[in-house]
Design a protein around this ligand. Structure first.
Ligand SMILES: *[C@@H]1O[C@H](CO)[C@@H](O)[C@H](O)[C@H]1NC(C)=O
Ligand SMILES: *[C@@H]1O[C@H](CO)[C@@H](O)[C@H](O)[C@H]1NC(C)=O
Ligand SMILES: *[C@@H]1O[C@H](CO)[C@@H](O)[C@H](O)[C@H]1NC(C)=O
Length: 180
């Protein structure tokens, strides 16, 4: 009996540890760290993006790269109010639907590199009022709509290299108006 419990205890601990690791909510096509706060989902270019069956509110870092997403919608990134860093690189994104980022409005970093965006406008990033870093490198952006960056009062770094921009007017990059 005594011997049984000495052998049994490590086994129970092992099983508990195993079950805890497995239970960190993660969808099949993603890799998550132990605390479930960092999710990395990388497709093979033609895969459909992962489906989040419920809103996982503890995610702080999310990468969804190399999937076939042509129009970015809110349900692609879910409702993740604690998310600070979002990478959406190499997804063939052509457009960003209004409200796509409404569930991730506390983002500080957003990367949309190597997609197929042709234009950005006032609806694209309107919800991201805390954003500090935005990179849109390697898209096909020709047009920057009026007031595109107007809601981004905290923006410190904007990278739009390797696009097709031919003209930038003062209005394009006008900062948020100063309030008295
Ligand atoms: C999980 O990822 C988050 C966000 O990147 C990080 O802050 C945290 O240290 C990671 N935790 C573990 C256990 O790896
Ligand atoms: C990506 O999805 C579109 C439909 O939304 C489809 O027409 C296209 O073939 C897909 N691309 C790849 C590489 O599978
Ligand atoms: C996440 O929650 C929002 C409301 O907070 C809801 O509209 C949305 O459908 C939910 N998404 C999923 C995938 O359950």
């Amino acid at each position: 009996m005594g011997q049984y419990s000495i052998v049994g205890l490590p086994l129970v601990l092992l099983l508990v540890t195993f079950c805890m690791r497995r239970s960190a909510a993660c969808v099949e096509s993603c890799q998550c760290n132990q605390t479930g706060t960092r999710w990395t989902c990388v497709g093979d270019g033609s895969d459909d993006p992962p489906v989040f069956s419920n809103n996982i509110t503890i995610i702080r870092f999310l990468e969804i790269s190399q999937y076939n997403i042509s129009a970015l919608r809110r349900d692609h990134v879910g409702d993740n109010p604690r998310l600070v860093r979002l990478l959406l690189n190499g997804n063939e994104i052509r457009s960003i639907e209004p409200g796509a980022f409404a569930g991730t409005s506390h983002l500080l970093w957003l990367s949309l590199n190597e997609n197929s965006l042709r234009e950005v406008d006032a609806h694209s990033f309107a919800d991201l009022t805390m954003l500090k870093h935005l990179t849109l490198e390697g898209n096909e952006i020709e047009t920057i709509g009026d007031s595109t960056f107007q809601s981004l009062g905290e923006l410190r770094r904007l990278d739009m290299s390797r696009n097709r921009i031919r003209e930038i007017t003062g209005r394009d990059l006008r900062p948020r108006p100063m309030h008295p």
